[in-house]
Ligand binder design. Structure first.
Ligand code: 6PG
Length: 467
């Protein structure tokens, strides 16, 4: 990825100083792509730093965690006031805050920049989410905006906010990516098991969906993956891949952080746990063996195939709105907690191109936040109210069909439950409060009077006002 970012910069006429711990890698980049622009290779870190004009913008592209700290430690003594170190890896935003503070103390800038789009994106135009000081963005902005993806003439890069804001937003981007992929996977499973459709037919369905509201990079490549045939066996590729999803950690961070911030990102959490469930072969196998005839309701299969495909499409769209709504809630909660001043509409704008979750409907999200930056949830933006309303019956039917047919659809089901919880007039949380007060005198509030109260459950059941 670092290699492709360097090539992208060179192609945009920025001279690029190069250094890699393994010099052969630097040499191979220059010999293979030296004609794409100006590369200045250096074998030593000292020569590399000396070859850059001040204030030096230095992009670090190494594994997140200790390797990043090790590189920063080597670099810092060689730098001068005002130089900018840019970490383009998937760092945890708390690490970025720590590093930014440490370098700020040395009169250096540290920019944690989320970069999305994989290797191809890095070369042809990623979505870039840089944090750090506004001053550092004055130097970096023009360069990053030039190499970023462009949509309608607007670069998919903007200054996100101070210190860890960029990596925070990239973390949530990845959390949404988890939810989006899980929803797509559940839609595939429902079509495969519910209709008995083969992967090539489902690929065609996803291809059609990609021409409507669902148009997005992930839907597009779902059609490609499902249409692919394994060369070795002649089987559909999807059938020869082990059904255990890996994860590097950004989804987990999104959920952990959301728990700390008190933001219910249920779709992202379900998606993260679904990967975890898939990996527990030691539990999956005995459970399958213990329930050979697990009850599946007779007649659960949809009888109108076209209607079911349309139901799944609508359920996917509605669930996706929930996933994005929750992700944006987390961005706003993070922004409030750390005083970052993140503009949610601007985040939707820079995700329209280059990144993994790029999608047509990000334009709608941008419009919603531009119209009202204080939206309590995307679910109440007029466009999304109409879209969800339109898909609601389908959504309920799909979740019910999944349950009746024994097809796990945790992200579909939890998105619907979240939606129903938000719109419920009364939640059973009142009972939770009663129970907490009964066993632990944790108190409760009343609907008809201010203050906190406790009932003497073990006594005469009279009520005391506690505060
Ligand atoms: C991106 C991707 C990228 C990477 C993920 C994969 O935006 O370009 O999100 O960052 O592919 O980190 O994450 P998992 O391995 O956790 O699925």
């Amino acid at each position: 990825m670092g290699r492709n970012l360097a090539r992208n910069l060179a192609r945009h006429d920025f001279p690029v100083a190069l250094h890699n711990r393994t010099y052969a890698r630097t040499e191979s980049l220059v010999s293979e792509h030296g004609d794409e622009g100006t590369f200045v290779p250096s074998e030593s870190l000292e020569d590399f730093v000396a070859s850059i004009a001040r204030p030096r913008p230095i992009i670090v592209m190494v594994k997140a965690g200790e390797p990043t700290d090790a590189v920063i430690e080597q670099l810092v003594p060689l730098l001068d006031e005002g130089d900018v170190v840019i970490d383009c890896g998937n760092a945890h935003f708390a690490d970025t805050r720590r590093r930014e503070a440490a370098l700020r103390d040395k009169a250096l800038h540290f920019v944690g920049a989320g970069v999305s789009g994989g290797e191809e994106g890095a070369l042809h135009g990623p979505s870039i989410m840089p944090g750090g000081s506004a001053e550092s963005y004055e130097t970096l902005g023009p360069m990053l905006e030039a190499i970023a993806a462009q949509v309608d003439g607007t670069p998919c890069c903007t200054h996100v906010g101070p210190d860890g804001a960029g990596h925070f937003v990239k973390m949530v981007h990845n959390g949404i990516e988890y939810a989006d992929m899980q929803l797509i996977a559940e839609a595939y499973d429902l079509l495969r098991r519910g209709l008995g459709a083969d992967p090539s037919r489902i690929a065609a369905i996803f291809g059609e969906w990609n021409e409507g509201d669902l148009e997005s990079y992930l839907i597009e490549i779902t059609a490609d993956v499902l249409a692919h045939t394994d060369a070795a066996t002649g089987q559909p590729f999807i059938d020869v891949v082990l059904d255990q999803a890996e994860q590097k950690g950004t989804g987990r961070w999104t959920v952990q952080t959301a728990l700390d911030l008190g933001v219910p990102v249920t779709g992202i959490a379900e998606a993260t746990f679904a990967r975890s469930v898939s990996g527990h072969a030691e539990q999956r196998e005995p459970t399958r063996a213990a329930y050979p005839d697990a009850h599946v309701e007779a007649g659960w299969r949809p009888d109108d195939e076209d209607a079911f495909v349309e139901d799944v499409r609508r359920a996917l769209y509605a669930s996706k709105v929930v996933a994005y709504a929750q992700g944006f809630d987390e961005i706003q909660a993070g922004s409030r907690a750390y005083d970052w001043g993140i503009d949610p509409g601007a985040m939707a704008t820079i995700w329209r191109g280059g990144c993994i979750i790029r999608a047509r409907f990000l334009d709608r999200i941008r419009e919603a936040y531009d119209a009202d930056p204080e939206l309590p949830t995307l679910l109440v933006a007029p466009y999304f109210v109409e879209a969800v309303q339109e898909g609601l019956e389908s959504w309920r039917r799909v979740v019910a069909t999944a349950a009746r047919g024994g097809i796990p659809a945790p992200a579909f089901a939890s998105s619907l439950a979240y939606f129903d919880a938000l719109r419920a007039e009364r939640l059973p949380a009142a009972l939770i409060q009663g129970l907490r007060d009964d066993f632990g005198a944790h108190t409760y509030r009343r609907v008809d009077r201010p203050g906190t109260f406790h009932t003497l459950w073990a006594g005469d059941l009279s009520e005391e006002k506690q505060g």
